[in-house]
Design a protein around this ligand. Structure first.
Ligand code: TRP
Length: 357
């Protein structure tokens, strides 16, 4: 449950539910969330409507993925007493603002979004995507602004979406709240704007490579380490990391995937420096040995996660309770923002109340 009477800076971030989380998600986002939950008012959104951009024909599996992605984040260490988990489709303000923001964004501006274009390419959609596919980008601006979030922790690939969000917030504040187009981003609210101009908080390690060393870790590429993997499975996967190095005395270049793992998972900075130094000099340090240290470090990280996951696997009711509380809190916050936005744009006529039974 969340703390409603709270003046901490507000953070919102989210995920499209796609199934099991892996270490790439942990390194790329969940780890940062766990750090942030202590100091910020955090909302973690499950963007189930976004999943419908490509999976509208699989409602059941999207529904299950909503629960699974929360289960995994809880297992990884997100604390439901500190942060709110929110189901996107349970927050009406998001859809309402999406429609409105769609009016404020030039169509071509949305279609030029590099992340959107990349997704259309990678997914091989050609021109065969739904109207809603590009609309999700507008929807994401609404996800963020409905909460009047100050900061959005995301990976590099989401930065274009944040740029668009900032643009729409500025435009709204200028068009409907008399904020000058000369105003500094940080002054918008003070000058009467409904929306703060949010910043992207791009983490230090944005991306974990798969153990194949070729591409970003991804379930569909079969190069992922899952929190449900056993110690043996982790060891086996790490063992598959390929460096091309032949012997413990061959000088190696630590700018490789093995050292990417060393840096991500071995916490002791002195040990990392020592390994690097010996590797470069070929000072009797085998890849096998380094892999063992990496696997041990990963297993140490995963151990408490595996334990928590067993607890959260017992039933769905606990997860659903967490989602209901988080979404109810989200409704309080977003209805307030939405009412102010509708008033500013002269779209609101009557007061209303939204709540769950
Ligand atoms: N598009 C994001 C992704 O694929 C998920 C997302 C949806 C999101 N809404 C958001 C991220 C709002 C940050 C803020 O990863």
């Amino acid at each position: 449950m969340s703390n409603p009477s709270n003046t901490r800076p507000r953070i919102l971030t989210g995920d499209t539910p796609t199934g099991q989380l892996h270490l790439g998600h942990y390194v790329g986002s969940v780890r940062r969330r766990i750090e942030l939950q202590d100091t910020y008012e955090c909302f973690f959104l499950i963007a189930n409507m976004h999943a419908f951009t490509t999976r509208a024909n699989e409602p059941e599996s999207v529904h299950n993925d909503v629960i699974e992605i929360v289960r995994d984040q809880l297992a990884m260490g997100v604390d439901p007493n500190k942060a709110s988990f929110v189901i996107q489709t349970e927050v009406p303000a998001i859809s309402e603002l999406t429609y409105l923001f769609a009016m404020l964004l030039p169509f071509n501006r949305v279609m030029r979004n590099p992340t959107l274009k990349e997704e259309i390419k990678v997914k091989g959609l050609g021109d065969n995507y739904s109207f809603g596919f590009p609309l999700y980008v507008v929807g994401q601006t609404a996800d963020i602004l409905a909460f009047a979030a100050h900061s959005v922790p995301v990976g590099e690939d989401q930065v274009p979406h944040l740029e668009l969000t900032r643009e729409v917030a500025r435009r709204f504040n200028q068009m409907y709240c008399n904020v000058s187009d000369q105003a500094d981003d940080k002054d918008h609210v003070e000058l009467g704007g409904v929306f703060p101009i949010p910043v992207a908080d791009v983490g230090k390690v944005g991306k974990l490579m798969g153990y194949d060393g070729k591409q970003k870790m991804s379930k569909s590429l079969g190069n992922a380490i899952f929190i449900t993997d056993t110690e043996e499975q982790v060891k086996k996967k790490v063992g598959k990391i390929f460096t091309g190095r032949q012997s413990p005395t061959e000088p190696g270049d630590p700018d490789n995937v093995l050292f990417h793992y060393v840096e991500c998972f071995i916490n002791d900075a002195d040990r990392v420096a020592e390994l690097k130094d010996r590797y470069k000099r070929g000072d009797n340090i085998g890849d096998g040995h380094i892999k063992q240290e990496v696997a041990d470090a990963i297993n140490e990280l995963l151990e408490p996660m595996r334990k928590r996951r067993v607890e959260y696997e017992k039933d769905d009711a606990t997860i659903l309770d967490i989602l209901k509380a988080g979404s109810a809190h989200a409704i309080e916050v977003t209805e307030e923002v939405l009412a102010r936005a509708k008033e500013a744009a002269k779209l609101g006529f009557f007061e209303r109340e939204v709540r769950y039974r």
